[in-house]
Design a protein around this ligand. Sequence first.
Ligand code: NOJ
Length: 613
Amino acid sequence: MTISNDGPVPQAVPKATILGGSELHKKPAWWKEATVYQIYPASFCDSNGDGVGDIQGIKSKIPYLRSLGVDVVWLSPIYRSPQRDMGYDISDYRDIHPPYGTLDDWRDLKAELKATGIKIIMDLVVNHTSDEHEWFVESRSSKLSDKRSWYYWQPPKYDEDGNRMPPNNWRSFFGAESAWEYDDATDEYYLRLFTRTQPDLNWENPKVRKAVRDIMSFWLEEGIDGFRVDAINYIAKAPGLPDAEIIEPDIPHQPAMHLYLNRSKCHDFLRELGDKVLSRYDVMTVGETPHVEEPDMAIQYVHPERREFNMIFQWEHMDVDRIPGTLLGWKQYRLSEFKAIMSKWQITMQERGGWNSLYMENHDQGRSISRFASDSPEDRCLSGKLLATFLSTLSGTLYIFQGQDIGMINLPKEWGIEEYSDVVSEMHYRQEKERRQRESKVTDPCMKDVVEDIQKKARDNGRTPMQWSGMSPHAGFTTGTPWRKVNPDYVACNAESAVTDPDSVLNYWKRLIRLRKTWKTLIYGDFEHFAAEHEQLFVYKRSLKGDKDAYVFMNFSDAPIYGVSTIVPEFEGDLVLGNYGTPRDDDVVKSTDTLRPWEARLYCARTEWKDYR
Ligand code: NOJ
């Protein structure tokens, strides 16, 4: 395969397909129907009391996962790593981080998961390695090293006063500092778009691409069922690494995303992986691709004929409450904006033959109940079920992040900034402080507003230990001292009590997951949206030829909504599931007129009633 010249112009998506977009979208595949459960290993379950989750702990929870009904487990990185970015900095791709266990432990886990019918996918982090990876250690040792060109090395520049400066003005993705790190040993800089311990691999080098293919083959031969591919739209950098335009003259380092994100050459690299490795296996792939907002751009990654990914994690809905240009700056968003984003992704994929990933949480996000509904004690359960209804009734592959299944929420508001230890939280705080100093703004020295934003959006929120039990110390996550404090609300919110409470968020998720296994409309059906401008109500219809139509009515507010039946005048259906209680036989209603606060109702069109309950 030849790798084409790079350029910022998006490539064309094949038009001459045998199947049209809608047929491609509806073409069945196991990974389209799957429910994926994401495990964040450090915080899932600790079996040996060292305070850190591990593989034996995960194994002990297989019965729990099985009863939830998930089809696939996605393991966030468990590879050997100095953990400067919680395993997204890998120092050995073929070994396990010792506190988590050994490769043999992992093999046992895989075998046990498979024996219960659960598939396993792994995180593939290959935009960068750890600076402790032997490739980088060798690369930094000398300008003459064989591995020098495996990374991006450049000599310094000097200003007119002779001060040393980075080779270009790119800003790191994680903050306002330079994307380049100076290395004394050889008097050169290396590129690192994330933290200074995560040097970027040089994908232009065919040996790097071959090494990545070898890692993939290693794990595929171990019998895994696919990859979640980290930060993959960063791998192609603009030729010559030119300076970015100066749009913030007060700061030396400029936003340069257009010079390293979604470059057309990235697609060539991905197709090479598809052709040479992935096409030999029946696996699923999901690319993590921040800043893919245009459908044309997204389709290039996921159109089946381009052989890149099955789907991507687009971030547009996750960014709806972020102030652009900041890491964690929070803004109030309007429901109509959120609905427009979700509808766009539903319709685009449906019309153009792509496939969605459905997620509201992961290890990079605040908890969805706290961000998108209400985490007050009286609303939390309703909110968890509302969001579960929403996510499970859209077209795409469903992803549930650990803890989302029981309705976990953000860190307590009383916890101070010292509890937020993630690199992004620290950087956001520092960056805001510097910005205020630069702008000579007199502010509250505690920066309360910044702390409040962090409380809403920090990645730390998704990383607290899983709450297994209300009775045991540390929520039953560990018998030792947990690596991160457990959210004290575990007494009310924990898996043990959720299992036995028929009205728990957990049991509600179970019903939805079961429904998706039989009601194909929920997976493949077309999406039609009503009352797009309404700022409280989210209503849509899903329909699939030969199957029953679904109608979803949701109130995304704490006030009742009246007159809902006028929104879809021809609608007549039977309640299948609602978050104000399991429907009884005499509770089957034809239409709904009032939606209570945070209420969600899923209906099956009356004309074609089948008992999905
Ligand atoms: C995306 C991962 O999800 C995130 O946790 C990580 O910090 C960056 N990529 C860098 O690998």
